[in-house]
Ligand binder design. Structure first.
Ligand code: 5GP
Ligand code: ZN
Length: 114
């Protein structure tokens, strides 16, 4: 999608701190980190959010989760734990309309979220 911030990052048109890249996914540091480790993992293909996933996206959605667990392990987060967050829609706090998974770690995280 031409006017999508994360599509532009995936296309290299906007710089990011790249953590991981392959044909399906890009992971990069959040510009406004909420924890010592705060990484965003996005599919390269534009999907607006969780609500737009279809059964045809099942493999991609599964890969998103397993890829993110590998990145968390590579970042050294397994010993103390971490959290994945996918905000969806207005009430979910989604501010960028391209599916993304937050990896948060490196500090004790509060629960429940606000
Ligand atoms: P959301 O609120 O949609 O779940 O998460 C969007 C995230 O994208 C926020 O944590 C925000 O800090 C991050 N973000 C917004 N613009 C940029 C950007 O240009 N570069 C990077 N690396 N992160 C961004
Ligand atoms: Zn997009």
């Amino acid at each position: 999608m031409s006017d999508c911030l994360f599509c532009k990052i995936a296309a290299g048109q906007i710089p990011c701190t790249e953590i991981f890249a392959d044909d399906d996914f890009l992971a990069f540091g959040d510009i406004d980190p909420q924890a010592p480790t705060h990484i965003l993992v996005i599919p390269r293909r534009h999907i607006s959010g969780l609500s737009d996933l279809t059964t045809e996206d099942s493999l991609l959605a599964g890969k998103l989760l397993t890829r993110a667990t590998q990145i968390a392990a590579d970042e050294g987060l397994n010993s103390n734990g971490y959290r994945f967050v996918i905000n969806n829609g207005q009430d979910g706090g989604q501010t960028v309309g391209h599916l993304h998974l937050h990896i948060l770690g490196g500090r004790s995280l509060d629960w429940p979220p606000g």
